[in-house]
Write a protein that binds this ligand. Sequence first.
Ligand code: AP5
Ligand code: MG
Length: 225
Amino acid sequence: MSLGAPLPDRDRLIVLLGPPGAGKGTQAKRLAARYGIPQLSTGDMLREARAKGSELGKKVAAIMDAGQLVSDDIVIALIEERLNDGSTKVGAIFDGFPRTVAQAEALEAMLGRFGRKIDRAVLVDVSDDEVVRRNSGRRMCSTCQRTYHIEFAPPKVEGVCDVDGGPLIQRADDKPEKIQARLQAYHREPMVEYYEGKKMLRRVAGVGALDDVFERLATAVDAEG
Ligand code: AP5
Ligand code: MG
């Protein structure tokens, strides 16, 4: 499937679920390009706030570096701002949000005000062992936040972003003990069960070549019913 023209025939409000390092961000960027809709990553928004040195950034820094979840009200406010700014009119890919039942309920309420609802929740299914492998080798562009992997998705030039030439860094929460903390935080929250209960969930195997995972995700997004 090509990263072709936008397909605005349907209100695509897609929740991407999956453990830390499942490839949500990597695939959300591709899906966003495919459907001509924005990627709303609360992790990226929070890292941007930190990079700017804002009050919000200072408030969440220690929690993020410890691999714990920041409070619901903070991330809900970030998403609400984006839902109100007109950029999500034909859809959005929610990447790393919602992560708690309270966030999921808030999202439904916010969308409900506009007569909209989540189209589909797709789980990028990856084992805990694979999560550790992926996060340990991940590198991130310090300017555009695009992610690479030293083994599975290396940049053309070591240490440099292919897209904007920014220096690649390792995230503070990609240290082994922080990866475990993030995994525990992920497994504590019943988001898969939540969307399963609403009959909205589709599972996609998150292992294999990036293009193959993308194909499976796009098929899940496009499927009717
Ligand atoms: P966030 O940034 O959302 O982190 P996360 O959930 O831990 O997920 P990651 O971004 O680490 O992984 P990903 O699934 O996007 O994988 P990626 O594509 O990078 O959140 C960070 C923190 O912010 C949280 O811990 C929390 O503190 C806070 N936060 C954010 N949202 C919140 C919320 N809603 N509520 C409360 N707190 C919140 O890929 C990973 C690696 O794998 C890369 O190196 C990539 O190149 C590689 N890779 C990808 N696909 C493949 C493949 N198919 N094969 C091999 N390698 C692959
Ligand atoms: Mg991510």
